[in-house]
Design a protein around this ligand. Structure first.
Ligand code: GDP
Ligand code: GDP
Length: 474
């Protein structure tokens, strides 16, 4: 299980700036889908190839300056559960009283605190550290998050804290490059800002495992009260649970096998399975973290929306996370039974307007309570799974590439035309297409999108994001 790191600090110290630096990945293609919210509270960070889950508590408290707000229930829970707290302060403003109050709470509740003095651009590093010594945390780093200064040092400190062996701190993409120097790593290009920070295997996260398996691993994802438990209980009740463990720990995750129409599935536990009755908001935060971990482990995610609520920002964040992870995705609007025709029309209209980026999948309208639409949901799940694990031969992909580049040539860069020569498969779930060519790393976004649309259509992909990666051969 990935460890959790919480970013804590009063508003405006630079938490989200640092969050973005630590979680930035190179799968820009999927991330750039229009309509996705960029507003993340959870993300994967990495020390080399070693992943951890980062929580930005700033977004959780959403608070003005008062301590009550800054250290709301939820933040406190994040502090308690996190393996490491990175406490951010503003080097320019020096210690303010809220910092002291937060420090006090951290001393009492956090397992381990790393003090991170931000915004040291323009002020001396030593001065910054001196000022904050009186907060009483030995472990201190100074950074300028927005300038990428000290961020690598911070990552190293995280590696030290978790005692990650040096060899695991090397990014997998770099290891590969040193074996086969033809593979060009985008992050190592001169001039690309923050090269050492971006890290990670391009194109897929740590959850990727191309293993043969007979069962389809599903996670039902959705906000509290959308109807996850109702749907899951309906499924498990109808289809006979083979085994259903209930471990008491908060950190474990279970998978529940079940069969439906002769196919085997396993349900990766989300908080929704076990939760009964009302829970406090603080617990809810950690259900979200567990949901994210379940998403990482699944092949197909079924995102439930509440037809009676419409689409919320949290729904959009979850959708963004699933797509970023490359998981196959099916969407279901639940509680359809309780809407009248006018409300249904309004929901359809909202879907069209706000989740246009979901064109690659199908949106189902279901009632978990009455069971309507659930069968169709499974047809889509099976189809999406098949797409996510599609086999694409090199000649087939290269032929498609020829057709698409002939129809519409790649643009010129620096007076030379980009030449895309051949393509092969780089992975499954999500399907990854690796395209080799001259100046391949210079292919502009608009052309990348063109390639993406073409390949998605030509391969008849359904319900799975597609990744395209480029390797420059010159
Ligand atoms: P949060 O409220 O803690 O998430 O803070 P933000 O990340 O939104 O940052 C607040 C402001 O500080 C923004 O205007 C950032 O651009 C700025 N900022 C963040 N890091 C630095 C830094 O290292 N140096 C300077 N000068 N400004 C920074
Ligand atoms: P969870 O928090 O996502 O697990 O949601 P629950 O399954 O506990 O459902 C929350 C509430 O919504 C319960 O009162 C359910 O009875 C109700 N509910 C769930 N599915 C449906 C549905 O399809 N139609 C209607 N009308 N209510 C539903």
């Amino acid at each position: 299980m990935k460890p959790t790191i919480a970013l804590v600090g009063r508003p405006n110290v630079g938490k989200s700036t640092l969050f973005n630096k630590l979680t930035r990945t190179q799968d820009a293609l999927v991330a750039d889908m229009p309509g996705l919210t960029r507003d993340r509270q959870y993300g994967d960070g990495k020390v080399g190839g070693w992943p951890y889950l980062l929580v930005d508590t700033g977004g959780l408290s959403g608070a003005p300056d008062s301590l009550d707000a800054a250290m709301a229930d939820q933040t406190l829970c994040a502090v308690r559960e996190a393996d490491l707290v990175v406490f951010m302060v503003d080097g320019r403003s020096g210690i303010v009283s809220v910092d002291e109050e937060i420090a006090d709470i951290l001393r009492r509740h956090a397992r381990h605190v790393m003090l991170c003095v931000n915004k040291i651009d323009g002020i001396g590093e030593d001065k910054a550290q001196l000022d904050f010594h009186q907060l009483g945390f030995d472990n201190m780093v100074s950074i300028a998050a927005s300038h990428n200064r000290g961020v690598q040092q911070l990552i190293e400190e995280i590696g030290d804290y978790f005692e990650i062996p040096q060899e695991e701190r090397i990014e997998p993409s770099r290891k590969r490059r040193s074996r086969k120097n033809k593979v060009v790593d985008k992050s190592a290009e001169p001039g690309s800002e923050g090269a050492s920070v971006e890290g990670g295997e391009p194109g897929f996260g740590p959850g990727y495992e191309p293993v043969e398996q007979s069962e389809i691993r599903i996670t039902f994802v959705g906000r509290p009260n959308v109807g996850k438990s109702t749907l899951i209980n309906r499924l498990l009740g109808e289809d006979r649970v083979i085994a259903y463990d209930q471990p008491g720990t908060t950190r474990d995750s279970v998978s529940v096998p079940f069969e439906r129409a002769g196919r085997e599935y396993s349900l990766i536990d989300t908080a929704g399975v076990r939760r009964r009755g009302k829970v406090s908001e603080a617990v809810e935060i950690f259900s979200i973290i567990k949901t994210l971990q379940s998403i990482d482990k699944s092949n197909v995610c079924v995102m439930l929306l509440d037809g009676t609520d419409g689409i919320t920002d949290q729904d959009l964040s979850l959708l963004g996370y699933i797509i970023d992870k490359g998981r196959a995705l099916i969407v279901a609007v639940n509680k359809w039974d309780s809407l009248n025709e006018k409300q249904r029309e309004a929901m359809r209209e909202e879907l069209e307007r706000r989740v246009e980026f979901l064109k690659f999948t199908r949106i189902h309208f279901i009632s978990a309570l009455q069971g309507s639409g659930v069968g169709d949901l499974f047809k889509s799940i099976n189809k999406a799974y098949a797409s996510a694990f599609v086999d694409m031969s090199t000649p087939h992909l290269t032929r498609m590439l020829e057709i698409v580049t002939t129809q519409h040539q790649p643009p010129m860069v620096n007076g030379r035309r980009i030449k895309l020569r051949y393509a092969h498969q780089g992975g499954q779930n999500p399907p990854i297409i690796v395209i080799h060519g001259k100046q391949a790393l210079k292919v502009p976004q608009s052309y990348q999108r063109y390639l993406m649309n073409h390949f998605t259509k030509a391969l008849k992909l359904f319900g799975t994001p597609l990744r395209i990666e480029f390797r420059q051969d010159d």
